[in-house]
Write a protein that binds this ligand. Sequence first.
Ligand SMILES: C[S@@+](CC[C@H](N)C(=O)[O-])C[C@H]1O[C@@H](n2cnc3c(N)ncnc32)[C@H](O)[C@@H]1O
Length: 321
Amino acid sequence: MGLNFSKFRTSVKSNYLKIKRSSSSINLTNPSLIKKNVRDEFKFIDGRRYHNVENIHYFFPNDDLEIDRLQLQHYMMRFIWRSNFSSPVRDLLDEGGARVLDVGCGPATWILEMASEFPKSEFIGVDVVPVMPLTIKPQNVNFEQANLLDGLPFPDNHFDFTYIRFLNCAFPFNLWTTHVIPELIRVTKPGGYIEIMEWDTEIYYQGPITGQLMDALVKEIRYHNIDDKIPEKMTSFLQDSRKLKNITNDSRDSPIGKHGGKVGTLALDNSISAFKLCETKFSEELGLTLEEYNALFEFYKKEVDDYKSQIRTHRFWAEKI
Ligand SMILES: C[S@@+](CC[C@H](N)C(=O)[O-])C[C@H]1O[C@@H](n2cnc3c(N)ncnc32)[C@H](O)[C@@H]1O
């Protein structure tokens, strides 16, 4: 891979600044997003901020540190895949008038880039917590605060392209087929596309320290009833819906660690931030003090280089019948 990552990030950043400058007016915040106060909206544990919604299974924080991680992760994905999506919807989005939904949009980095690339189409981001930019945003972007598990606040057959990325840790495994996929299908127009992007909860070519860290992560994921093997099952989930055709998938392996240049270093930083998301639990799990747990990362950094470790991401896309 020709890794000119700094050039790529600079172009993404300048794109984002362009969006900010080009918004001719500041859009009024969607009323559903004008919320009580921060104490009702969030809860704070061990110095990190979390959602405070009862029937939400998602257990990662949503503070500035996590938002930074998600933004960097977006740039990393864009670089690894050399695109923001794989569904054959480019012409439709270019033409204009298409409606695009991003479910669990987080800080909305994907949607902001997409809205700038396809200014004639309309983009809606949904998240259960308001971590998206609510005031300064392009005119073709709107946000709703909603929980997918309560049903998305849109009519049937509404979107031309429905996108969802990295929400595996938000849904216990049985809900993918009972709630998540049916709801994505419901809001998508016949002939429209659904696209799902996920990670493998695995680091390939791993050494013993990586193995221990991953075991702690997988244990935590399973504790929340979340399936760490969802990508292996996604194609059959989509097929079983009987409401989709042209079901396609693709995957990318990419390095984690300095051996992979800038993108590998970014993947490494991203993984360390992820391992630190639940550091109290993970350190207890490994029988380490918090200090010892944090010291482990110096060895982990070296180990991923020694083993030439890799990560794998997947995209699944399908057309609604
Ligand atoms: C790992 S982040 C991914 C964010 C974004 N899709 C991305 O790729 O950068 C998962 C997001 O899903 C949101 N989320 C979790 N459960 C949800 C639910 N039931 N309905 C809507 N959003 C949810 C979280 O608040 C979080 O912002």
